[in-house]
Ligand binder design. Structure first.
Ligand SMILES: [Zn+2]
Length: 69
């Protein structure tokens, strides 16, 4: 599961690119529970929304991404 969490595609984990298109990846902080999957939700036809035990639940994993993992 750790690999899945580290690949979280949400803006919090990936950082939003600035107007110049550069995006510095923010320092990601992980807590106990960060790599523990609590639940998931199907996002119609697109992918899965994963909720982690540390409360992080903003990452929507597309099927394309899931297949790559
Ligand atoms: Zn995330």
């Amino acid at each position: 599961m750790e690999m899945m969490r580290r690949a979280c595609p949400c803006a919090v984990c990936c950082g939003e690119p600035d107007v110049m298109g550069r995006g510095d990846a923010p320092a990601r902080s992980y807590k106990p529970g960060s790599f523990e999957l609590k639940s998931y939700e199907f996002i119609g036809g697109y992918g899965l929304k994963l909720s982690w035990a540390d409360g992080h639940a903003t990452g929507i994993y597309s099927y394309t991404l899931l297949r790559r993992l």
